[in-house]
Design a protein around this ligand. Structure first.
Ligand SMILES: C[S@@+](CC[C@H](N)C(=O)[O-])C[C@H]1O[C@@H](n2cnc3c(N)ncnc32)[C@H](O)[C@@H]1O
Length: 244
């Protein structure tokens, strides 16, 4: 039986999406739940900086207990797994004390979201709820003022960490493609866009909605070097018909 699944018991582990960057793109429900929960948890880098906390900061008060989860940059999956195990224990301890815990997730919590790893560890034992957020591809298309998909177009999302052949296959088979996690893969992605003849369809965005936002609509102007983690490419159909 779930430890907190008692009727009228409000104690809950919430995965809250805070949107891509603009603090005004947090939903009313997300803001209410952040403000009314006792513990605010988020991923942070070794300097203590957290993108999701930065987006939601106006809703975080001195009465909140903060639980940062320090996630080292590592390609070794066992490192992340150990961090999530430890974080799930710490979150569980607060829930057992009757304190609701919010995990702030940049974008949407279940779209490439780190919340998924905590949910799979905690859902069996505690009451959980997911508050959706605006995902970065939606933030990107809004900033570009270009539709992600129209009519019969197919749309794919792929990680920039995928193999060359998988990225090429996706670019060749879908009219619209968002390539996430561009950061360290930027140069490789630029080469694959060229190889598939989709350079002219592609746009690059980083830190959407933040003060340091960068939007490069013509990617031939983009430096051929690694970029920040919070970056993506939006590749759109060049065969769209106008309806006049
Ligand atoms: C772990 S995923 C998180 C996705 C997030 N849950 C969402 O709904 O968009 C991180 C990747 O999302 C993309 N991303 C998220 N927020 C972004 C932003 N504000 N600007 C550009 N890219 C962003 C980047 O490609 C980044 O590498």
């Amino acid at each position: 039986m779930k430890a907190t699944a008692i009727e009228n018991d409000p104690v809950c582990f919430y995965g809250v999406g805070v949107g891509p960057g603009d603090p005004e793109l947090i939903t009313l429900k997300a803001a209410r739940i952040i403000e009314s929960s006792e513990v605010i948890c988020y991923l942070a880098n070794k300097e203590g900086h957290s993108q999701s906390k930065g987006i939601a900061h106006v809703h975080i008060h001195s009465t909140h207990i903060e639980l940062p989860i320090y996630m080292p940059m590592s390609d070794d999956p066992t490192v992340g797994s150990a961090v999530y195990d430890e974080a799930a224990m710490a979150i569980g301890n607060y829930l057992m004390q009757g304190k609701s815990v919010v995990f702030l997730c940049e974008g949407d919590p279940l779209f490439f979201g780190s919340f998924s790893y905590l949910l799979e560890r905690l859902a069996e034992h505690y009451t959980c709820e997911v508050i959706p957020g605006i995902a970065s591809p939606n933030g990107a298309s809004a900033r570009l003022q270009k539709p992600l998909t129209m009519l019969k177009e197919s749309f794919a999302v792929i990680s920039g960490r995928h193999t060359d052949s998988h990225i090429v296959h996706t670019l060749n088979n879908f009219e619209s493609v968002v390539i996430m996690k561009a950061g360290r893969n930027r140069v490789r992605i630029l080469n694959l866009l060229k190889e598939t003849n989709r350079e002219a369809d592609a746009h690059y965005l980083e830190y959407i909605g933040r003060d340091n936002e960068k939007i490069i609509e013509d990617i031939s102007l983009l430096e051929k070097e690694a970029g920040p983690y919070f970056s993506l490419f939006v590749v759109l159909s060049n065969k769209r018909q106008r309806h006049d």
